[in-house]
Design a protein around this ligand. Sequence first.
Ligand code: ZN
Length: 305
Amino acid sequence: MRVLFIFLDGVGLGSDDPAINPLARVELPYLQGLLGGRKLLATSAPYIGESATLLPLDASLGVKGLPQSATGQAVLLTGINVPKEIGEHYGPKPNPAVAKFLLNGNLFSQLVHSGKTGALLNAYPPRYFHGVDSGKRLYSAIPLAVTSAGLKLFDKEDYYAGRALSADFVGNGWRDMLGFPDAPIYSPHQAGNKLAELARQYDFSLFEYWASDYAGHKQDMNWAIEQFKVFDDVLQGLCSQWDDEDSLILITSEHGNMEDLTTRRHTDAKVPGLLIGSRKARTEFATGLVDLTGICQRILKIISP
Ligand SMILES: [Zn+2]
């Protein structure tokens, strides 16, 4: 089995209130089709359908305070209840206490040790590497896990060669924000096709989407809605090229944020555990899965049964 993990930063399962929750306001035909007409809301989970399963996953993990990115992502990447171990939710970037858990072994390093292939499909711009090399930029949890496993972060060359995807899926950021007017650009549907093509090359691949958390912090309803319209088309393009028989798609988050725009802070909402694939694979993955600590081991087990 292969697994594609689409990590959506800061997306919880919120209320059916279009005044505060972009996911209650926007129509997402493809995603809602997967969910039997339901929206991505707290009232929709749990759901087990023809081709998708939606579980509500606890991100608070018995630790008081609001879940944060470094500890939440470290849980996803290690299966360890890191906030409980260090006594707090911490973020956005890992401090030494959080980093220790990631450096001790993580999803990527365990894949490498078992002879499997893994990749982070995001392409990083030159200024990202300059920031890291000069010590001005700390790795967030996901690139820290990838690099500590001896895997490479994809760069501008990889992006231009079609070996990696833009963090916004379509590539506008490379042209408009990063100053590369000749950077490849995709329609959302094409970006979804590309995601399928890239994911097929690895036993495990991860794509990190962070703009959802950013829109939550900015309390920007329109931006959040536009993002999810793009995501819906990406998902359709992805699933049109996807083979359910030997592959599973997992979409989840490490904490809520964007689903409640009354606050610029994170929320303690349950996060979506959305699985797309064969009923057998979804059942195996979903059984007993109630919080973020269960993700890492299930990914490893389904890849190397
Ligand atoms: Zn955040």
